[in-house]
Design a protein around this ligand. Structure first.
Ligand code: FPP
Length: 265
């Protein structure tokens, strides 16, 4: 069970974090942050614990980071919680991972509601166990009208599968004359993806030192700023999210063009 507790356990740390949050809020923040939460297994191994203990601790990190993202006025936080490839893991681990949404939302949904957080999901829901679907659907329903952070779980999600499904739907619509080939362009394609209601991620964070995208939001991250850290997901703290957002605020995004200064030269 999660106890409702203060995010930062010492006054000094809280003050430092609050000051950095205030400074961050003075500049444009990323609207959509996506996170590949990696390193749970290694975190557990370092402590001679079973891998699932790392996933459980990772779930606690989800709570902390959600609350801070909400405070930073981030509109969407997409968390890669289970990929289409994760079914290859041992049954015990898969079953454990499938139980986490129920445990997390069972404990934390009242706090999410209180904090005005809206829960959504991307991924193929039909393959999820009934109890997982029920927990997620219940949270989606109960938070649908909330206007704060959109906490978007990627569950049984794969970027390639999503693109293939979009292509099939587009082909069907062309066949049914709901769409012409000339209508197909970037914005049109985006409307056929599971993320149709979301802006593309501005910032992608991957923990644990791996430098891969692992089939995550392949279309959507074309111009996303990437931020990698060696920190394992269960150890990822508020300070790390703040560091990532501060780094984002130092970047110049040009989307393949030039900034004003460069254009004059
Ligand atoms: C990758 O680490 C992590 C996952 C496959 C699962 C991530 C899930 C959570 C953090 C919990 C999600 C919580 C909710 C509420 C749904 P890994 O196991 O591959 O780590 P390793 O590379 O060190 O082995």
């Amino acid at each position: 069970m999660f106890k409702k507790m203060k995010l930062w356990n010492t006054p000094v740390k809280r003050n430092t974090i609050n000051e950095r949050v205030t400074r961050i809020l003075e500049q444009p923040c990323p609207e959509h942050v996506a996170i590949i939460m990696d390193g749970n297994g290694r975190w557990a191994k370092k402590r001679a614990l079973p891998r699932v203990a790392g996933h459980h601790e990772g779930m606690r990190t989800v709570r902390k980071i959600t609350m801070l993202a909400n405070q930073l006025n981030i509109k969407t936080l997409t968390l890669y919680a289970f990929s289409t490839e994760n079914w290859k893991r041992p049954k015990f681990e898969v079953d454990y991972l499938m139980g986490l949404p129920e445990e997390f939302l069972g404990s934390f949904l009242p706090e999410l509601i209180e904090e005005n957080v809206r829960v959504t999901m991307i991924g193929e829901e039909s393959r999820l166990p009934q109890k997982t679907r029920k927990a997620v659907d219940d949270a989606i329903g109960k938070t649908a009208k909330n206007t704060g952070l959109n906490l978007n779980f990627a569950l049984n999600y794969g970027g390639r599968a999503e693109i293939i499904d979009a292509v099939k739907s587009i082909a069907n619509d062309v066949k049914n004359e709901a769409l012409t080939i000339e209508d197909i362009n970037g914005p049109c394609f985006s409307r056929y993806l599971m993320t149709q209601a979301l802006s593309d991620p501005d910032l992608l964070i991957r923990t644990s030192g791996e430098l891969r995208l692992s089939n995550f939001m392949l279309w959507q991250i074309a111009y996303t700023e990437l931020w990698f850290t060696d920190v394992l997901w269960p150890d990822f703290s508020e300070t790390h999210l703040i560091e990532a957002v501060e780094a984002f605020q130092q970047r110049t995004r040009r989307y393949g063009g030039l900034n004003d200064e460069e254009s004059k030269r």
